[in-house]
Ligand binder design. Structure first.
Ligand code: IMP
Ligand code: MG
Length: 307
């Protein structure tokens, strides 16, 4: 991160903003992630007066001082959008020198890419459809999972077994929310399409012995369940005292193998998701939220993939 980006975020002594809408909080976190300075509703612009009385004013949601740009976020509700457009038109007539942009949720990342922010090239950011689970929602839910596990394993020392690489973010956050002594270990597998369907090959085995231990397999996402199913069969042979599963995401609609998941972070729809550890062709893992990819973009990229 550049020195400018570090000083660019909100000053530490600033009053915490109380957001009127969750998407505003999400936008502020994305700005923080990219180190873009922001102010929440810093100014009201008078739009109409009558005999010295203010009849209408406009308070844009954000001001980004580095870009000298006001940002107003829109909702999906059509009647509100029409009203907002009218207001914005009156605003631009009266303040032609003030830069303002009306932004939809799915435009967040492209806007920032257009201004040259972030570690992602414009093309890669363009692949993001929308944020499905925000960083704050993830943080809250991972905390709850940690509390549940701490309660269920009281008096024990669970061994958390992570499956690389998608689990990196989840494992790092989850283990810090468990208030018990824990041991962590990782395994890596690679799945490939064999003649008899999908198969799983062990690329890196665990260093810990499982016999007599209370094992929790930590997964990023369970999709068809085939990977987890094969994995659990192998781990059971090592005679752990107990074997349970904690998955951040559950794409239940696509389940083929009936695997028990004891702790689930979020159920997600049948969409390809990236971020918070999850990748598409090794990219997007460092997004702090979970987002869906644009279908057209996904298809065009998947075709380029070597078989
Ligand atoms: P399964 O064997 O079909 O359950 O596949 C599980 C694995 O596929 C996960 O551990 C991920 O590595 C990958 N995967 C499945 N769905 C997604 C997704 O939406 N985004 C990223 N990776 C996924
Ligand atoms: Mg995986």
């Amino acid at each position: 991160m550049s020195a400018k980006a570090k000083t660019g975020t909100r000053p530490k002594d600033a009053k915490p903003a109380v957001f009127a809408h969750p998407s505003e909080e999400e936008f502020s976190r994305i700005l923080d992630f990219y180190g873009v300075a922001w102010e929440y509703e810093p100014r009201s612009f008078p739009l109409r007066e009558e005999e010295g009385r203010l009849l209408e004013a406009f308070t844009p949601d954000f001001y980004l001082p580095d870009l000298d740009l006001y940002v107003e976020l829109t909702t999906m509700k059509q009647n509100l959008v029409t009203e907002k457009h009218g207001k914005l038109r009156r605003f631009q007539e009266r303040y032609p020198d003030v830069q303002i942009k009306l932004l939809h949720r799915s435009d967040f990342l492209s806007l920032l890419a257009n201004y040259g922010f972030g570690p992602f090239s414009q093309m890669e950011v363009a692949g993001i459809h929308e944020v499905l689970i925000s960083a704050s929602e993830i943080e809250r839910r991972v905390g709850e999972l940690g509390t549940e596990i701490s309660r269920d394993y009281q008096g024990k020392e669970p061994l958390l077994v992570g499956v690389l690489r998608g689990v990196a973010c989840f494992m790092a956050d989850l283990m810090r929310r468990i208030s018990l002594p824990v041991v962590i270990d990782f395994m890596a597998i690679s799945s490939y399409e064999g003649e008899k369907g999908g198969a799983v090959r062990l690329v890196k085995d665990l260093d810990e012995r499982l016999e007599g231990r209370d094992v929790i397999v930590v997964e990023d996402i369970v999709d068809t369940g085939m990977t987890l199913n094969t994995l659990l069969q192998g781990l059971r042979l090592r005679r752990p005292a107990s074997l349970h599963v904690c998955a951040l995401l559950d794409k239940r609609a696509r389940r083929l193998a009936d695997v028990p998941i004891d702790y689930v972070g979020f159920e997600v729809p049948d969409e390809f998701v990236v971020g918070y550890g999850l990748d598409f062709q090794q990219k997007f893992r460092n997004l702090p939220f979970i987002a869906t990819l644009r279908r057209d973009w996904l298809q065009s990229r998947a075709q380029e993939r070597p078989e």
